[in-house]
Write a protein that binds this ligand. Structure first.
Ligand SMILES: [Zn+2]
Length: 354
């Protein structure tokens, strides 16, 4: 099956502010797009579902729509705002950034992350890594005016959107995992253009970055016969990232199939066969534990769900300039749509590992 990247939808999805706990904006964009070709519904946790087909098996796809972000913890008398991290930050990337916060009215308020300048940093301070609680946001407003717009608990992200550096290299904040949420919906769209018996349910899951929480609730709700999570993984094709620890993962060499105890071997075998048949290059990543992705909780939902993980190689994870190669995304979309057709008519017990 042929597929060309839907760039407008992807860039629109990336520009939405959606830290774990307030995924409203990206979820609405995803839902609007899904309505064109799928049955769409939501739940009380915030997950969004898009469904095509009525037969067997039920194939669940999960891509998390949340991103790491920031939360207002304390506002001092002068209107300087102190932050709590939403998800796993390297605080070094915060210094000097601009931020985008969601106001009480759902508007965007911009600010800057401040820290004292190098001129007055003591020698020992220059050596030390900065901590989240040491930086603050300056919105350019006094406390009284600021409180009309934001409050303790307001959410924000760094002020960056998606941008193509070249025809195929995309940089953005929130590629982890807006690119997965994008992939699962595009795979559903491609499958919908030539559906088989498989009932395919793509889910934009919430709160992955704070403990895979949306995967837990949505997998229980869908109760699939087989599932695939789509996330990003650490590329090892740039300086300082050890291949001997992580293995070989490169941008532009295709989507990555995880193998290991979190992954059902029958599903992986079928994915490899599908890739072969469709002429899609794939990479293999060994993860000898529960993966830090939605696949982890999906696999151990109810009595167990045969689960796979497809990852998009990504450089500079959890920074405002994450980088992917969109050919890997196109490969993942085609692979999943073809897999959905290949497993058409199969039953859950067909995926027993032995
Ligand atoms: Zn992720």
């Amino acid at each position: 099956m042929e597929y060309t990247l839907n760039r407008d939808f992807l860039l629109k999805l990336l520009s939405q502010v959606g830290p774990s706990g307030n995924e409203k904006a990206p979820s609405e964009v995803w839902q609007e797009e899904a309505k064109g070709f799928a049955k769409v519904y939501t739940d009380t946790h915030g997950n969004t579902y898009a469904e095509v087909g009525e037969g067997s098996p039920t194939l669940m796809l999960a891509g998390h729509i949340d991103e790491i972000g920031l939360m207002v913890r304390y506002i001092d008398d002068n209107g300087f705002v102190y932050l709590g991290p939403v998800g796993g930050w390297d605080p070094q990337v915060l210094v000097g950034q601009r931020v985008r916060f969601i106001t009480k009215d759902g508007e965007i308020l911009k600010g800057v992350i401040g820290r004292k300048p190098i001129h007055i940093l003591k020698p020992e301070e220059r050596e030390k890594a900065v901590k989240v609680e040491e930086v603050f946001v300056d919105f350019g407003l006094g406390k009284e005016d600021l409180l009309k717009k934001i409050e303790v608990g307001s959410y924000g992200v760094l002020d960056w959107d998606g941008e193509f550096l070249t025809e195929v290299r995309l940089v953005s904040r929130a590629l982890d995992d807006r690119i997965g949420a994008f992939t699962v919906l595009e795979a559903l769209r491609l499958y919908a253009s030539a559906p088989a018996d498989t009932r395919m349910v793509s889910v934009a899951t919430v709160q992955e970055e704070i403990g895979l929480r949306g995967a837990k609730t949505s997998a229980f709700a869908v109760n699939p016969d087989v599932a695939i999570a789509v996330d990003v993984t650490v590329a090892t094709d740039y300086p300082g990232v050890p291949k001997n620890q992580i293995g070989e993962v490169s941008l532009g060499k295709g989507p990555v199939l995880a193998v290991g105890p979190n992954i059902n071997p029958v599903v992986v075998k079928l994915l490899k066969e599908t890739a072969e048949e469709e002429g899609i290059e794939v990479q293999i990543e060994a993860i000898p534990r529960g993966t830090p992705t939605d696949a982890n909780f999906i696999q151990i939902t109810r009595e167990g769900i045969p689960t796979a993980l497809i990852s998009i190689p990504c450089r500079y994870l959890h920074s405002p300039s994450e980088m992917v190669d969109v050919r890997d995304v196109e490969g993942a979309v085609r692979l999943i749509a073809a897999f959905a057709r290949k497993v058409s008519g199969m039953k859950k017990e067909d995926f027993k590992p032995w």
